[in-house]
Design a protein. Structure first.
Length: 195
């Protein structure tokens, strides 16, 4: 397989900055190895293996476009605000079952406010990733806090209430993994944008 065909298959779907950097690195590696154009796979392996390895390190162009700030992110904020308003109205109406949920919404609002302040200096794509995931986590936290007060009486099951923090640890690890991929991708995109 010729080098240009190998590079096209290995870097398919990646962002332009990542493609340019990886093409330069793979080309230099082949030149340093001193092999002919037909022996590229002997040095670099199959393009499918390279694409999988690059996919573990960098976001694809499609994934990066999905993190660009859009109306969906603002819609999520409005839905959370609507959820909080509904619980406040129910609580103000005298429904005593809403009290624990109200505590959860207030804590979730504080978490989202802190997240918004903390992320304001980050790149827009990273800010969108963290705000969307943080918003989902804050809603999850509000439900959990509501269940926690009722969990000691047997509804819902205590294992469910105590198991949520373990799910959050796994969720946090996934968000950290995606944010590191995003950092690497954005770094190469910014290098490619410089003259």
């Amino acid at each position: 397989m010729r080098l240009e065909a190998w590079l096209a298959l290995a870097t398919a779907g990646l962002t332009p900055g990542v493609q340019a950097r990886m093409r330069a690195e793979y080309t230099a590696h082949v030149q340093d190895a001193g092999v002919g154009e037909g022996d590229v796979q002997a040095v670099l392996g199959t393009p499918e293996e390279a694409r999988q390895a690059l996919g573990r390190l960098y976001l694809t162009a499609h994934d990066l476009d999905g993190l660009r700030p859009s109306r969906i992110h603002f819609l999520g904020s409005w839905l959370l605000a609507g959820y909080g308003t509904l619980l406040l109205l129910l609580w103000a109406g005298g429904n005593d079952q809403v009290g624990p949920g109200l505590t959860g919404v207030l804590v979730a609002g504080l978490v989202l406010g802190g997240l918004t302040i903390w992320t304001r200096r980050l790149a827009p794509e990273l800010r969108a990733l963290l705000r969307v995931q943080g918003g989902l986590w804050a809603v999850n936290l509000s439900f959990w806090l509501g269940w926690l007060t009722g969990g000691w009486t047997g509804e819902p099951p205590l294992w469910l209430v105590l198991g949520f923090p373990l799910v959050w640890v796994c969720w946090g690890a996934e968000v950290r993994f995606r944010s590191r991929k995003l950092y690497r991708t954005l770094a190469l995109e910014q290098q490619g944008a410089r003259p």
